[in-house]
Design a protein around this ligand. Structure first.
Ligand code: SF4
Ligand code: MG
Length: 333
């Protein structure tokens, strides 16, 4: 349904050109959830903004970048070559692909009620009349667990609590009936209990509606709850990817192993903010060789700091970029 190949994104800045996303490839299967995990600065938000061509004007995709999307009616769109202002993209953004963010206020207009905004999206994308649109909106609010929806539907987003607003934002994003939902840290600002509820709800809705989803987070614990497949990003590169259960059961990349060790146990529920020792370097000071070598406990001297590792398949469903798993290339060098 969505396939991304060799995506690289550069920005021209006052300090020169930076490339926060390098040679990223992934695939979102129909009706499944791909989780993208990484620290802030890993390029996960930038990568997914490219899918909707929502990057700022100074951003450039490399000529090899390819983003292909198959619409509900079976048309294949080469998103990478569409003009950012094109009609096809407008249609994709409004109807086919929904987006939700960490900050729900950004999704809502302050001058229309939540229900009005949902009904507008429903009428526009599902071609139904006012009465039916209201019924669908009500059903949607009920499904996301907003109690007393018949009253809430006429409220403004600022009249709602944070957790409720987050649910209303999900309902709004689902109103247009998207085939693909992109969720960028939508639960990060919520407390742990509400976060677990919202994740469960999103999982349910995704399965009920047969929707595909890309879920972006810095938290591998969230990935475990929601994603079928996972891609782990570090400094703009996918360092490991595969079926979530395989990657979590037997992580191959030292970075994934570090993230996994930092998942809080169910009993303590405490978040560690800096799971892997050291800070992620800025994209303008990208280390040579393997970008993780400055923090890697297993770095091989004279190898890891010299040449970037290639992606190696480690099973039918998973792949890793790490010299430890590429004995052949090390021997050949
Ligand atoms: Fe660590 Fe080397 Fe593997 Fe990079 S390539 S993750 S530095 S062992
Ligand atoms: Mg982000």
């Amino acid at each position: 349904m969505l396939s991304v190949k060799n995506l690289s994104i550069s920005f021209d800045t006052d300090e020169g050109r930076i490339t926060p996303v390098r040679d990223v490839s992934f695939f979102v299967p129909q009706g499944k959830t791909l989780g993208i995990v990484g620290e802030s600065g890993s390029g996960k938000s930038v990568s997914t903004k490219a899918l909707m061509r929502l990057l700022p004007g100074n951003a450039k995709l490399s000529p090899e970048s390819e983003i292909l999307y198959r619409t509900k009616t079976g048309h294949e769109l080469a998103i990478h070559s569409l003009k950012p202002s094109s009609r096809e993209l407008g249609r994709l953004r409004g109807g086919e692909i929904g987006m939700i963010f960490q900050e729900p206020m950004a999704s809502f207009s302050p001058v229309y009620s939540v229900g009005n905004q949902m009904m507008e999206a429903i009428r526009l994308h599902r071609g139904v009349g006012k009465g039916e649109a209201r019924a669908i909106a009500l059903d949607m609010l009920n499904r996301v667990g907003i109690s007393n929806a018949a009253h809430r539907i006429d409220q403004y987003s600022h009249e709602m609590s944070g957790g409720m607003r987050q649910r209303a934002m999900i309902a709004l994003a689902l109103s247009a009936g998207p085939a693909l939902l992109i969720a960028d840290e939508p639960t990060t600002a919520l407390d742990v209990t509400i976060q677990a509820q919202v994740l469960e709800l999103m999982r349910e809705l995704q399965q009920d509606l047969g929707m595909s989803m890309i879920f972006i987070t810095h938290d591998l614990g969230v990935i475990a709850q929601i994603a079928d497949e996972v891609a782990v990003m570090y400094l703009g590169t996918i360092v490991e990817r595969g079926a979530t259960r395989d990657v979590l059961r037997a992580p191959k990349h030292p970075y994934t192993q570090g993230l996994l060790k930092a998942i809080p146990s169910i009993n303590t529920l405490q978040q560690r903010l800096n799971p892997v020792p050291g800070d992620i370097p800025s994209p303008s000071e990208r280390p040579s060789g393997c970008p993780f070598h400055t923090r890697c406990p297993d770095a091989i001297a004279g190898v890891c700091d010299r040449k970037p590792p290639r992606e190696i398949a480690v099973s039918q469903t998973s792949a890793v970029r790490c010299w430890l798993h590429d004995q052949d290339a090390r021997n050949a060098a």
